[in-house]
Design a protein around this ligand. Structure first.
Ligand code: IPM
Ligand code: MG
Length: 359
């Protein structure tokens, strides 16, 4: 197959980790007889520097014309003082919205070789943990109306709005239920229905939709504060975790850490077409940028999700996951997942070793 992949390397460690993932994709193409072409595009802080805006129209146009988008990470201290609508993160939110990517899947799983990396007691994780966060990605407080004003008595005051419609909730419920059907048949839906109106609509809509279309899937609700606690108390109870945009952002970082390192967690974002966006869930780690210390595995696993979810290449996806497993089993570790007795290597070497194992 011929596939054209837009590459948004972004800022900080973004260029290093996407370079690693591209190397692995090139090996997949060679091993399985595909042709992948890669088109580097600007988004985030690097785009602000080069064109004065975080998401140039050309980038959106080219992403929409590609078969899939690979993304590194955006942001850094250099751009932290810019107004909200001109920050690098605005580029990321903008491309998610422009591509209509409402469904964000973030699988946090405990890799056998990394069982020691979980900060939880081994009794809590020894039977395996796999939490699939299904995060709504183009709605909620991230995209609601916002503003700030000066209040005479209280001083400067700012506001953001959480807003959800039945349609938005239904389409992400469908994604979670479809996934659950292939797995445990269980969805835990997260909300704050004891306080928020949007959460009450969320809860009602999730149940009504699931009962009508997925009678075989069991949906239970969990308040977000309790969910945050349960993820560290008993992570094995979770399978598919359905969340709004902001709750999913928070809980996916927590789930990632429970399973070892945020440097291992990939994510796929899709809308109604197969042209998706694939990125690690971690940030641009400006403190280690350019030092070859980053872990490229989350981005490599994101590339594996691209193979499966956008290109239908299930064998190729499995080959990449096997290669990651093999390199970890050989004891190779980047700094973030390093433990006693293992062998520490840099970002480039990790990607090279994984690519070498793809067959
Ligand atoms: C993520 C990130 C982004 C988000 C930021 C960088 C805008 O934290 O993908 O989880 O909040 O969605
Ligand atoms: Mg996040």
């Amino acid at each position: 197959m011929n596939k054209h992949i837009a590459v948004l390397a972004g800022d900080g460690i973004g260029p290093e980790i996407t370079e690693g993932a591209v190397l692995v994709l090139k090996k997949v193409a060679a091993a399985f007889g595909h042709t992948f072409s890669f088109e580097p595009l600007l988004m985030g802080g690097c785009a602000i520097d080069a064109c004065g805006e975080p998401l140039p129209a050309h980038t959106v146009e080219r992403c929409l014309a590609s078969d899939a988008v690979l993304l590194g990470a955006v942001g850094g201290p250099k751009w932290d003082t810019l107004p909200g609508d001109r920050r690098p993160e605005k580029g990321l939110l903008g491309i998610r919205k422009a591509m209509g990517l409402y469904s964000n899947i973030r699988p946090a799983r405990l890799w056998k070789a990394l069982a020691d990396a979980s900060p939880l007691k081994s009794a809590l994780v020894e039977n395996g943990v796999e939490i699939i966060v299904v995060r709504e990605l183009t709605g909620g407080i991230y995209f609601g109306k916002r503003g700030s004003y000066s209040d005479e008595t209280m001083g400067e005051t700012a506001w953001d709005t959480e807003q959800y419609s039945v349609r938005e909730i239904e389409r992400i419920t469908r994604i979670a239920c479809e996934l659950a059907r292939k797995r445990s048949g269980r969805v835990i839906s997260v909300d704050k229905a004891n306080v928020l109106e949007t959460s009450r609509l969320w809860r009602r809509t999730v149940h009504a939709y699931a009962e009508a279309h997925f009678p075989d899937v069991t949906v239970t609700d969990m308040l977000v504060d309790n969910a945050a606690m349960q993820i560290v108390k008993n992570p094995a109870q979770f399978d598919v975790l359905l969340t709004s945009n902001m709750f999913g952002d928070i809980l996916s970082d927590e789930a990632a850490q429970v399973t070892g390192s945020i440097g291992m967690l990939a994510s796929s974002s899709l809308g109604d077409t197969t042209c998706g966006l694939y990125e690690p869930i971690h940030g641009s780690a400006p403190d280690i940028a350019g030092t070859d210390a980053a872990n490229p595995i989350a981005t490599i696993l994101a590339a594996a999700m691209m193979l499966r979810d956008s290109f239908g290449m299930t064998k190729e996806c499995a080959a990449v996951e096997r290669a990651v497993e093999a390199v970890l089993a050989e004891g190779w570790r980047t700094a973030d997942i390093m433990s006693a007795g293992m062998k520490q290597i840099g970002c480039r070497e990790m990607a090279r070793r994984i690519a070498e194992h793809v067959s």
